[in-house]
Ligand binder design. Structure first.
Ligand code: ADP
Length: 447
């Protein structure tokens, strides 16, 4: 087993990984920008190294600095968390070239899934159902017109290198196609330095349902069921549930078998999530994330698994701790992503937290790096806490979520706690009846 792991991240996820390491008796190295010198992930680590100035490109994305920090501290492995370098295949290669272990999939699989066109082609060939669309990149507007009229409007133009909902444009009909195509390419070029785009049928009322998998180096792949992440704003998830209010255990098992068989054939290793759109009883694959996800705790709660511990064990060459038949789904879990933003305008609200009280009690988990006196810096993602509740039934989980949100106290800055409080009171949410478009409408009606 590793003696020391460098955690190439910040905030709640750096703490989350540190906690798993501590329980496994592994020492931790935190890295931080000058803006994060007083951050909780630095305070609680065994060692810490400053890797650069505040801007992420100079610190948390600064590969030479991070590799030097690992070498100087004698770390054996690097955990990338999510975001930052977690899906950067070249980084994973460089980590390995330095004789360190990258806690994640092989660079080849990261690269394959980072190109959504390649990812869809690979998954389609392995029998995973896809959203109807172009077979590959679209060369020109004439080809775009042909494919759109084949699959039928509305269509969605998406960036091959896409992420975070960027480089995605809808065309409701033929008149809008050229503009959508141009805009998607421009946005993709600016955001990813790659203007390759492809086309999908734009589904009008799907749910976003994703499946968590783990694979070891011995060809064993298991799944830990689904998460429903349909509550999104600007294609960004706000609240996630395990399991989905829309699926039966039979549907989960069937999807799980298809996916684990495909990944086993692919020779995939470590953690991964396959994202699907689900509408009218059909699943359609949209992309695979080759890392730990923000919303992984809801799966941990219903399965009683520590996904980070499993990632570390797999990277150290151990076999999976679970057979599929040993994975049971108990109760229901819901996560709220709480951000330092105004709950109506979504303007970021960085600044000093003067007082902080996290809810607790049975079935409540708060993953956060907040503390009283902490100054939320303006440079990074605005998520400051994840509130996760677990209860025997969905109705009880909602009741627990309500009382936990009411206990949540962050003083000094505004957060989105009030928005979550409104969502969990809504009859559609209570009934579990929502699609990926629901939250956008709800938010626009609030103002
Ligand atoms: P990103 O990597 O940028 O997050 P995804 O492909 O995962 O992009 O899509 C993000 C979100 O966009 C999905 O969760 C869904 O809400 C929406 N979306 C993606 N593809 C489609 C589609 N074909 N039809 C309707 N909505 C879609």
């Amino acid at each position: 087993m590793f003696q020391k792991i460098l955690i190439a991240n910040r905030g709640e996820i750096a703490l989350r990984i540190q906690r798993a390491c501590r329980e496994m008796g592994i020492r931790t190295v935190a890295v931080h920008s000058t803006a994060d010198a007083a951050a909780m992930h630095v305070r609680l680590a065994d060692e810490s190294v400053c890797i650069g100035p505040p801007a992420a490109r100079d610190s948390y994305l600064n590969v030479p600095s991070i590799l030097s920090a690992a070498t100087i501290t004698g770390a054996d492995a690097i955990h990338p968390g999510y975001g930052f370098l977690s899906e950067n295949a070249s980084f994973a290669e460089m980590v390995e070239a330095h004789g360190l272990t990258f806690i994640g999939p092989s660079p080849a699989h990261i690269r394959m899934m980072g190109d959504k066109i390649a990812a869809k082609a690979a998954m389609g060939a392995l029998g995973v159902p896809l959203v109807p669309g172009s077979a590959g990149a679209i060369a020109d507007i004439d080809e775009a017109r042909r494919i759109a009229s084949d699959i039928g409007y509305p269509v969605l133009i998406k960036a091959a290198a896409g992420g975070g909902g960027r480089g995605m444009k809808v065309a409701a009909g033929p008149d809008e196609l050229e503009e959508a195509w141009q805009l998607a390419r421009t946005e993709a070029r600016a955001a990813f330095g790659n203007d390759a785009v492809y086309m999908e049928k734009y589904l009008d009322r799907p749910r976003h349902i994703e499946l968590q998998i783990l694979a070891d180096n011995f060809g064993q792949v298991v799944h830990f069921g689904e998460r429903d992440c349909s509550l999104q704003r600007r294609h960004q998830k706000l609240l996630e549930e395990a399991g989905s209010p829309a699926l039966t255990p039979g549907q989960r098992d069937a999807l799980g078998s298809t996916v684990t068989a495909a990944l086993s054939q692919l020779g995939y290793r470590n953690a991964g999530t396959l994202e699907f759109l689900y509408q009218d009883g059909h699943f359609a694959f949209i992309e695979m994330n080759t890392r730990l996800q923000v919303e992984h705790p809801v799966t941990e709660m219903v399965c009683g698994v520590d996904l980070v511990r499993e990632q570390i064990r797999i990277a150290a060459g151990r076999r999976l701790s679970y057979e599929q038949s040993e994975i049971a789904f108990t109760g229901h879990a819901i996560e709220c992503r709480i951000t330092a933003e105004n709950p109506e305008t979504f303007m970021p609200t960085p600044g000093r937290v003067t007082a902080f009280h996290a809810p607790g009690g049975l079935g409540v988990r708060v993953d956060s790096a907040l503390y009283a006196g902490y100054v939320v810096p303006p440079y990074y993602d605005s998520m400051v806490a994840k509130l996760i509740v677990h209860a025997p039934t969905r109705a009880e989980a909602i009741a627990r979520l309500r009382r936990s949100l009411a206990e949540f106290a962050v003083v000094g800055i505004e957060t989105t706690v009030p928005l979550h409080q409104r969502i969990v009171e809504h009859p559609d949410f209570i009934a579990g009846q929502y699609t990926i478009h629901w939250l956008e409408r709800f938010v626009s009606q609030q103002g």
